[in-house]
Design a protein around this ligand. Structure first.
Ligand code: GDP
Ligand code: MN
Length: 385
């Protein structure tokens, strides 16, 4: 689960890291009230899970109430696109914070490096641009160090990182403390990513987290009740929220072809085959082992509630779940929800012949049966187009 900037900053503040004073607002009136509290100039920041908000017009400085109102209205109305065309994202909330005077912008992050089975800390004096850009422009300016999880990150080790990154002499201790605090936030919250970009040195030479990007391990959410509450709040994608409520494994993607498979591996290969056939999947949805009517109804409701979806591909391999059970599920699901768009079914494995016969007999409207995965992918791409 990805936190919004202000949610991540709240974790930072709890860990003792300095952040600019700020307030959340979800409409222009509230934005002005928030701005009056934090004072001028203030920064109006779109709360969307996207990088490069600054360049996209999602961050604006306001010198007075009038500007705060205007910026708030404009940003809330705007469809924001990420640097690589991600989105569009629409902010439902704004974070209004006191403007900072910036002497230097650094980059700091912690990620869980699964291959190394350790957290990886990264630090650079070239903040403000994204980490790929830093690595490209000046790879030596990005200091990387794995952290032994049994030992943690101590002040001395953190300070060495800051020295190696060639940060300003007078803030080495300040940055080291922030790194130690970030590491505590990382482990205490079961984060898999914490990025502070920029971590600034203010004109008074204080080290302040000006931005935050935090990802929490979903599998650990059960032990972070306070974070689960954030999760249910606004800002989350409606399909992902629906999926969460119904216990369905769902990941939203950019395209227009809804995909349902049983088993994560099959789902992944289905995405590949759809892409191969020239289509763009709208999601990854694993109906799991069950694939009974309830599961298929849930899946259909989630997929069809995404307005971008134009056609759906069911790719099912009958194993422990027999094909005829899945067919029964599909037929029952059609009695409960009308997908109202073409659905292509490819069903193989245990009892698949029986299953295909049942589907043919049911004569479901706009349901197309295909024998092979590639044939099904081609069919659904054509139907979506
Ligand atoms: P991002 O574009 O989504 O990464 O959003 P950030 O919060 O990192 O802001 C982008 C950039 O806007 C920062 O790198 C800063 O250069 C600038 N910025 C953000 N807040 C302030 C501020 O309070 N004062 C000044 N001078 N610049 C700011
Ligand atoms: Mn940033």
């Amino acid at each position: 689960m990805d936190l919004l900037e202000y949610q991540g900053k709240q974790l930072f503040a709890r860990a003792g890291i300095a952040i600019p004073r700020g307030r959340v607002a979800s409409d222009p009136d509230a934005a002005v009230a928030a701005a009056e509290e934090v004072g001028y100039p203030c920064v109006v920041k779109a709360q969307v899970q996207m990088g490069g908000r600054g360049k996209a017009g999602g961050i604006k400085i306001a010198a007075d109430a009038e500007a705060a109102r205007a910026h708030a209205g404009e940003i809330l109305d705007k469809e924001l696109r990420g640097p690589h065309g991600e989105g569009p994202f629409v902010a439902r909330e704004l974070w209004i914070e006191e403007a900072s005077e910036i002497d230097a912008e650094y980059y700091a992050s912690l990620i869980l490096d699964r291959a190394a089975k350790r957290p990886l800390a990264m630090l650079s004096r070239m903040g403000g641009m994204d980490v790929e850009e830093i690595a490209e422009r000046d790879p030596d300016a990005l200091v990387r160090r794995h952290i032994d999880p049994s030992a943690g990150l101590g002040e001395a080790e953190a300070k060495q990182l800051a020295i190696d990154a060639e940060l300003d002499e007078d803030v080495l201790d300040g940055v080291a403390s922030v790194l130690v605090q970030l590491y505590a936030a990382f482990t205490d919250n079961d984060a898999t990513l914490i990025e502070v970009n920029p971590l600034i040195v203010s004109s008074s030479r204080d080290v302040v987290a000006l931005d935050s990007k935090v990802t929490i391990d979903d599998s650990a959410l059960f032990r972070h009740e306070e974070l689960s509450e954030i999760h249910d709040g606004p800002g989350e994608d409606p399909q992902e929220q629906m999926a969460k409520e119904r216990g369905v494994t769902y990941v939203k993607l950019d395209g227009d072809i809804g995909v349902l498979g049983n088993g994560a591996g099959l789902c992944m290969s289905t995405l590949d085959v759809v892409a191969n056939a020239g289509g763009k999947p709208a999601n990854f949805l694993d109906a799991g082992g069950g694939s009974k009517a309830d599961a298929i109804v849930d899946a259909l409701e989630i997929i069809t509630s995404d307005p971008k979806v134009k056609a759906i591909l069911f790719n099912i391999f009958g194993g422990i779940t027999r094909g005829d059970e899945v067919a029964t599920g599909i037929i029952e699901a059609y009695q409960r929800v009308d997908p109202d768009m073409p659905v292509v079914v490819r069903l193989d494995g245990t009892n698949s012949e029986e299953a295909l016969g049942m589907l043919a007999d049911a004569e479901l409207p706009n349901l197309h049966v295909e024998r092979t995965m590639l044939g099904a992918a081609r069919a659904v791409v054509e139907l979506a187009g």
